[in-house]
Every structure is written in structure tokens, then in C-alpha cells.
Design a protein around this ligand. Structure first.
Ligand code: FAD
Length: 378
């Protein structure tokens, strides 16, 4: 029987971040992933490391701590990233009001690098990509970084194997764990400690521990667009004014209630499908565009709704010049969210095991910070 200090169940970003934190502590680590590579939410997202989405205090601090480790990991494993920040784009005066209110309180709340940009100032950002005629202003945050998720996750896995001698076993389904004995479809593994990072498949292990936590699965629709030529550049990640209704950080802006009312009354389809706009350009001249949010306790219909993709594209065109841009592919992703307000769940089934999941829409952002906490507090 092979012996390890730590076994990680799941090779998504939460599993890999835990493998990194454990390996940095000099522990012998194995990652067990049921597929031939990571195929879950960790390779289906925007790749936006987004501290601005977090409530001030412990959540924002966790995202900032995580961003610092991300920076180190990206450098250590020579992974492409674009630390160009985020522009939240306003389509009307009410949105610019919320943005200016937020700019006024941001520093006091603990956010760094937030600046309101008026319509004239927008010209210095991605002039060809932004639909400048339609935009009223923006909020710029310099804390955000864009990565390319599939490439990044694959390179982290290789870096862990090569530099830290982490064993990563793909096509290895963990069927059960008893103390330090892990039963898989390809044999038994022994590890002193086990961390379950199984993403949306949370029901598999110790479901009874979740009895006091309301979890929901969320399906998001996404698309990949090919930019027309090298002069069409989206230098910063962009979010829509509507996105301010989705990120709890903006709840302290006095006019946020009015903005919610405005969208609910005039564009109920956005609320119905949980649509807001995020777009990032990666290192392959592609725009990742989304998204929608549909919730369920268990599972979802297999198809992606053409109507939802149509609404996403329609709204994206209000912010971006997309007339020459072609759709390359569409897909969906599922994550699990803790509906109780916490941005993750960390459970302790036994003294030698932890479950870390329910990271919702912030899993990429907080992954490395979460993993540090798990091992610091073990
Ligand atoms: C469309 C979309 C956009 C998003 N955008 C962002 C963003 O821009 N920024 C951000 O911070 N977050 C974003 N998120 C959220 C983020 O992607 C997730 O929170 C994060 O990827 C979750 O990581 P994970 O490792 O928990 O899950 P996963 O990536 O799903 O990994 C879990 C892994 O566990 C494996 N597994 C499960 N059971 C077993 C078993 N029994 N044995 C072996 N292996 C097992 C699975 O195969 C899977 O690979 C987005 C999510 C989606 C879906």
C-alpha cells in the first residue's frame, strides 16, 4: 500500500491549491482526480481573480491574501496572466451614481485601488473594444487579474508534479475513505490526512454534515468569442453595471436599492435568469463572455438555452463592439453555493480529514487563501 501525508480528492482549483499549500509545508501529497484532467468549474470559468466582489472584512482579506499567493504561483510555474484590473461599465446615470457613491466609501471599507472614471476618461481604456458611445462612465478597480483557466489549471498540475513531487492520479475515482485508508477504483491508498475538494459533487462524502447548511447548485451559461484581429483588444476585464447587483460589496452604496428596482421593473428577464455581463480577453485572442445563474437542489436540464445566450449577447453589445466578433463555442458550468452567506464551507468529518467546497462563484479567487487557512488551522 502506498503512503502519503496528505491525499486530496478532486483535481480542480480547490484541490490543487490544497496540494500546493501541503507541498509547500514539506508534506508528501497525492491528488486523486476521477477524470483524465480537470473538467469541472475550474476550467469552465472566466478566470477572473476578483477581490472586488467580496464583502469588506474577512472575505475581502481572504481574496487579497489569495491573490498574493496566486501571484507567486503564476510566477513560479511561468503561467500567463493579465493583472490589468476590472472596469465596471455604466449604461446610465443611476449606475454612475452608485459607482461614485461606492468610490466615496471604498477606502473606508478597506478596498484598495478603486477609482471612478468619467465618460471622457473611458477613451484611454480599450477604445476599439468598448462601445464608448453607449457608456456613461465606469468604476475601475486595479486589484483584478485575468488568467486562462484550462491552461492555468493544467500548468499548476504539472508544476506541482515537477517541482514539488506531488503525485497526481487521473482517472482515479475515490469511492470511500475509512480513517487513513482511501478506496479507489484503481486500488487502495494510505494517507495520514485527507482533504475532499469534490466541487459540485458534494453529496458523495458525509452528506449528513451539511444538515444545517443550505447548499444549491448553480448552472451558468458561457461563450467563447474570437476577436476579429489584433487591434481589437479588451485590455481590462469588464463587468456590467448590473453586476453591482450581484456582488455584495456594492450593497453599502446608498442608491443600490434604486438600481435593483430599475432593473427588476424594466428588465425582469435579467433577474429571472440571473444574467449579468462579464467579459475577459485571454492570451488566445478570445473573449470569454457570460453569464447566467440558474439554481437547483440537485441537477439541471442537459441543454443550454439559446434564449439565455441571446440575452447575454444582446446585453454584451451594449458595452462592447461585438459586430465583427464570432462565437467559437458555448458551454455551461456548475458550482455549488452556500446560500447562508458564507462564501465557502470547510467541514471536519474526522480529526484527519477536511471538506472544502461550496465556494460558489469565487472559487478561483479565494482558492489559495482558503488552502492556507485549512493547513494553518489544522
Ligand atoms: C461559468 C463559471 C464562471 C465562473 N467564473 C469565476 C471567476 O471568474 N472567478 C472565480 O473566482 N470563480 C469563478 N467561478 C467559480 C469557480 O470556477 C469555482 O468556484 C471553482 O472552480 C470550484 O473549484 P473546485 O475545485 O471546488 O471544483 P471543480 O473544478 O469542479 O473540481 C472538483 C473536482 O473533483 C473531482 N471529483 C469529484 N468527486 C470525485 C471523486 N469521488 N474522486 C475523484 N475526483 C472527484 C471532479 O472530477 C472535479 O475535477 C465560475 C464558475 C463557473 C461555473
Amino acid at each position: 500500500m502506498q503512503k502519503y501525508d496528505v491525499a486530496i480528492v478532486g483535481g480542480g482549483i480547490i484541490g490543487l491549491a490544497h496540494a500546493y499549500a501541503a507541498a509547500k509545508r514539506g508534506l508528501k501529497v497525492i491528488v486523486l482526480e476521477q477524470n483524465s484532467r480537470a473538467l469541472g468549474a475550474s476550467v469552465r470559468n472566466f478566470g477572473l481573480l476578483l477581490p472586488l466582489a467580496q464583502l469588506p472584512g474577512k472575505n475581502y482579506n481572504l481574496a487579497v491574501q489569495s491573490a498574493a499567493i496566486w501571484k507567486e504561483v503564476l510566477r513560479e510555474f511561468s503561467i500567463w496572466s493579465k493583472p490589468n484590473g476590472l472596469l465596471v461599465l455604466a449604461l446610465n446615470e443611476l449606475e454612475t451614481t452608485v459607482m461614485q457613491e461606492f468610490e466615496g466609501i471604498a477606502t473606508g471599507l478597506g478596498y484598495e485601488g478603486i477609482q471612478y472614471v468619467d465618460k471622457k476618461g473611458l477613451g484611454r481604456y480599450s477604445p476599439r473594444a468598448l462601445n464608448l458611445d453607449n457608456l456613461h462612465g465606469a468604476l475601475y478597480s486595479n486589484a483584478e487579474t485575468t488568467i486562462n483557466p484550462p491552461e492555468t489549471v493544467a500548468k499548476i498540475a504539472v508544476g506541482l508534479q515537477e517541482k514539488y513531487k506531488v503525485d497526481i492520479r487521473y482517472n482515479c475515482i475515490v469511492k470511500g475513505v475509512n480513517g487513513s485508508v482511501i478506496e479507489t477504483n484503481t486500488g487502495t491508498i494510505h494517507a495520514e490526512r485527507v482533504v475532499f475538494c469534490t466541487g459540485a459533487n458534494w453529496e458523495q462524502f458525509y452528506p449528513e454534515l451539511y444538515s444545517g447548511i443550505e447548499l444549491k447548485k448553480c448552472k451558468l451559461q458561457m461563450m467563447r468569442l474570437q476577436v476579429p484581429d489584433s487591434n481589437w483588444q479588451l485590455n481590462e476585464a469588464v463587468a456590467s453595471g448590473i453586476s453591482m447587483l450581484h456582488y455584495s460589496s456594492f450593497q453599502s452604496a446608498p442608491s443600490i436599492g434604486k438600481l435593483k428596482e430599475y432593473y427588476n421593473q424594466n428588465f425582469p428577464e435579467l433577474e429571472q435568469y440571473g444574467i449579468h455581463i462579464l467579459a475577459v480577453e485571454n492570451n488566445k485572442n478570445e473573449i470569454l463572455l457570460g453569464d447566467s445563474h440558474e439554481y437547483s437542489n440537485h441537477d439541471f436540464d442537459p441543454g443550454n438555452s439559446a434564449a439565455i445566450n441571446h440575452i447575454i449577447l444582446n446585453w454584451a453589445e451594449k458595452y462592447l463592439n461585438l459586430s465583427e466578433v464570432k462565437i467559437k463555442e458555448t458551454w455551461d458550468g456548475v458550482y455549488v453555493k452556500n446560500m447562508g452567506g458564507e462564501i465557502y464551507s470547510r467541514l471536519k468529518p474526522t480529526d484527519n480529514s477536511r471538506i472544502v467546497n461550496a465556494v460558489g462563484g469565487q472559487g478561483m479567487t479565494i482558492s489559495f487563501g482558503l488552502a492556507e487557512e485549512t493547513f494553518d488551522n489544522w
